[in-house]
Design a binder for this molecule. Sequence first.
Ligand SMILES: Nc1ncnc2c1ncn2[C@@H]1O[C@H](COP(=O)(O)OP(=O)(O)OP(=O)(O)O)[C@@H](O)[C@H]1O
Length: 261
Amino acid sequence: MAGSTLTIKDLHVEIDGKEILKGVNLEIKGGEIHAIMGPNGTGKSTLSSAIMGHPKYEVTSGNITLDGQNVLEMEVDERARAGLFLAMQYPSEINGVTNADFLRSAINSRLGEGNEISLMKFIRQMDKQMEFLEMDLDMAQRYLNEGFSGGEKKRNEILQLMMLQPKIAILDEIDSGLDIDALKVVSKGINEMRGEEFGCLVITHYQRLLNYITPDYVHVMMQGRIVKSGGPELAQRLEAEGYDWIKQELGIEDETVGQEA
Ligand SMILES: Nc1ncnc2c1ncn2[C@@H]1O[C@H](COP(=O)(O)OP(=O)(O)OP(=O)(O)O)[C@@H](O)[C@H]1O
């Protein structure tokens, strides 16, 4: 089976009446890893929130499709069931719901009624992936993200990714706040997912993540648009030289969006 394709065409998004995304075009296919970099406040997280259907982010024009299906018409849970996965910059804590319960119901919701995963199979898989991610097995029974350190939350997001096996994942600053060992483990998890069935968009500020997860494409976002795309060498140049050369090339003065009003 070939992988899926997420297509974003001329996407415009507003928050509280301010236009943040001003025409984003991007296609992510199974087997591909894309990275988006860009200065602070240029719309990177807005793009991931819009893809996952956060209610605050209003799509005013353009479209998002997954294998031709209109993602914008799907509720948030339908998007997840369709195979989209979003690892948030700040994962929420949910008191009263254990990590294991949350994961099992998320997997069952994806598999659909009548196809639920057996408890034994679920436990076997969860133990295996937790071991792979060098996680303390006790974390399965802790409430979701409650009291997890920054690094533990990120590792947990990768555990969810590996258990849910989405078609397309969007990882927003999965590397922020990680120590070097955790960064390696998180990258190991993402690399383990690599394959024709899996497409991924990684939002990051740092080339160092891309040393571990080599992207196929690197895009730069400024002023609510993707203004430049290239291969891994583009991230290396950004690390060495910053963003000024792109701003000069494109005649961009202030990169922050949404401040004009
Ligand atoms: N919920 C919100 N309410 C009001 N403004 C918002 C909201 N979310 C984002 N913005 C504004 O939208 C713009 C883009 O924010 P966004 O978080 O998408 O940027 P980013 O490129 O991900 O930044 P960073 O690199 O700092 O994470 C910013 O000016 C931000 O203040």
